[in-house]
Design a binder for this molecule. Sequence first.
Ligand code: HEC
Length: 585
Amino acid sequence: MLMNFLSSFNIPLRAFLLTALVSSGCAERQQSVTNIALMGVVTSGQEGPMEGVVVILRGVDETVLTSVTSDATGEFQFHRDRLGAGEYDVSVRAAGYELLETKTVVIDDKKTHSLGQLSLAAVTDPLRLASQLTSLDWVNSFPGSQAEKDLLVKNMVNCGFCHSLERIARSRYNAEGFEQVIQRMHTYETDHASADRIQIVSKPKPIEGLIWYGRKASDIAKYLATVNLSGGKSQWDYPLQTSPRPTGEGTNATVTVYPIPRQPSVIHDLDVDSKGNVWYGNTGWDFIGKLDPRTGEFSEWATPNFLPEPEEGLMRIVGVQDIQVDETDTVWVAVMGNKHASFSPDTETWQTYDLPVIWKNPFLGPVRAGEDGLWATGITSAPDGPIRHEHAFRFDIKTGEVGEGIMLFDDKPFPTDPNRVGQLNYCYMMDQDAEGNFLCTAPEASSIARSDGEGNVRLVPTLTPNAYPRRGYRDDNNHFWFTEFFADNVASIDLDTDQITEYPIQPRYISPYYARPDRNGKIWISSTGSDRLLRLDTETGTIVKYLMPVTYDARKVIVDNSADRITVWLPNKNQGQLIRIEVAN
Ligand code: HEC
C-alpha cells in the first residue's frame, strides 16, 4: 500500500514527494510513485488542511464509486489499481462542508494526476446540513432523556432500519399522526423492505395498545413529535450535531461501492467464495447474485420460495437473507418457507432440504472449512400459542440429514428488561464451539446459549444487563465474537471457560450489529446508523472508525482472508449495494 511504501522514506522526503506532486498541478509521473493515479489536498477556510474528508470518485455515466480519506495533513491518494483511466466526477463527504465548486478529472494510465487543493465551503443552513446527518447524528442531536432515546433506538427493529431518521426529523406529524405512521410501518416486512422496496406482509394492527418491538407505540409517537417539525416549525429548535470525522488509522482505507444491477434491492447478507467472488442474498427479490470484483461483472439466479400464498391484500414475502459459501464453493441459503437450499455454481441447480419446524430462523449457522454441518433453529410449536418451543438442529451439508433437535427455549418467561413488553426469548445468531457444540446469541435473555452436547442448554449472561447480543462469529482461538446492540459493546465469550469480555464503543447509540474477526485477530463491526465500519484492536481496546462514502445500513460483515490486503465486504441493505473496504494491515 501507498502508506507502507511512503513510510519507508524518512519523513521530510515523504513530505517533499507529496508536496512536489501536489504543487506541480498536472504533474508528470515520478518514477517512484507510479502506483498513484490521483492525489490532492483537502482544505477549507475554516480549518486549513482537513483530515478525515472522504473523497469520492465516480466514473462519468458509471455507477461504481471509489473513495479514500484525507490524512492528518489533508492529503489523499488514489492507487492506480483502484482507479482506472477515465473521466470521473469528484465529490466529498464531510458533515458541515461541501465542495466549493463541482469538479471532474480525467485520469490516464500513466501519469500521477493532481487535483491540487480541493477547497470546501462550510454548510450552515440547518435545512441543508440536515441531509448530511447520519441516523446516529440525529439521535445525538434530538433533545430528550436517555430513556426517551432508548425508546427510539433500543429495539430489535428500530426506526432507522429501512431509512434514515431524517424522514422522521423532517416530518410534521403530531403524536397522534405518528401513531398512524408506526401502525403503517408495522405492516412492512422488516428485513425484506427498504424505503424503496416495500413488502406489505401484515394487516394494520389496532392503534390502541400497539407495540413496536417491545415498546408502546404511543410512547414512541409522543417522543417523536417533540423532535420533528410539528406545530408549524420552519426548522429544528435544537442544534444539529455531527459526529467527528475519521482520524489516524480511520483515514487509511480504500472503499469501493458496487450498486447491484437490480434496483431497488435489499441486501442483508453476503459471503465470499474461494476465488474472491461475492455472493449475496437479495432480500427484496427471489434472487441470489454474484459479483466478480476483478471484472465488476454481476450474475444472478432465481431462488426457490416455499411460502404459501398470503391472505388477500398481503404480499408473499420474497427474497433470502443469510447466504454462506462452503469450502467446495457450494452456496447455502435459508430460503423462504421452512427449508434450506444449496446452489451449485457449476450446474446452476438448486437442491432443497426440509427442516422440521413451523417457523425457521432466517439465519444459518456458519459453514467453515473442515466442518460439514451447519446449525438451524426454529419454532416447533404454534408460534402464537401459549407455549413456544424452539429447537436447534444440526444439518449435515454432505448428506442433507437433519440431526435430533436440541430444546432451547420452552414456555419460561424470558424478557429480562422490564421496560420492554411482550418479547419472547429466542436464538438469533448461531455458531458452534471448537468441539462442534451448538451456541447462539439469545438477545432477550441477554445471554449466550450453549449446548453441552448432551442435550442440556445453559445461558451465559452478558456482563452488562439487557445488552441484546446480536450477530457474530467464532475465531480460531475458540472465542465467539458478538455485538451487544443495546449496550453499544463488542464482546467475546471464551468457549473454554465461558468468560465474557466486553469492549465499549463510543458514542452511545452507535448500535453495533455484526462482529467478524480477521486473520490478524482484529474484529470488524458493522453499526446500524453511524455510516461507519468499526475495527477493534483487541489488545488495546481501541476502535478505529472508517466513514463510508454512502449512507450505509450494513448487516453481515465478511472478511476475505484470501486477499493480500485486509479486505472486508458489507451488504448495504437499504441501498442495494455491495461495499468493499481495503486496508493495508
Ligand atoms: C420495514 C422498513 C421500515 C421501518 C422499520 C420503518 N419504516 Fe418508515 N418508511 C418505510 C417505507 C417503505 C416508507 C415509504 C412508504 C411510506 O411512507 O409508508 C417509510 C416512510 C417513512 C416516513 C415518511 C413518510 C411519511 O409518512 O411522512 C416516516 C416519517 C417514517 N417512515 C417513520 C418511521 C418511524 C417512526 C419508524 C419506526 C417506528 C419507521 N419509519 C420504521 C419503511 C420502514
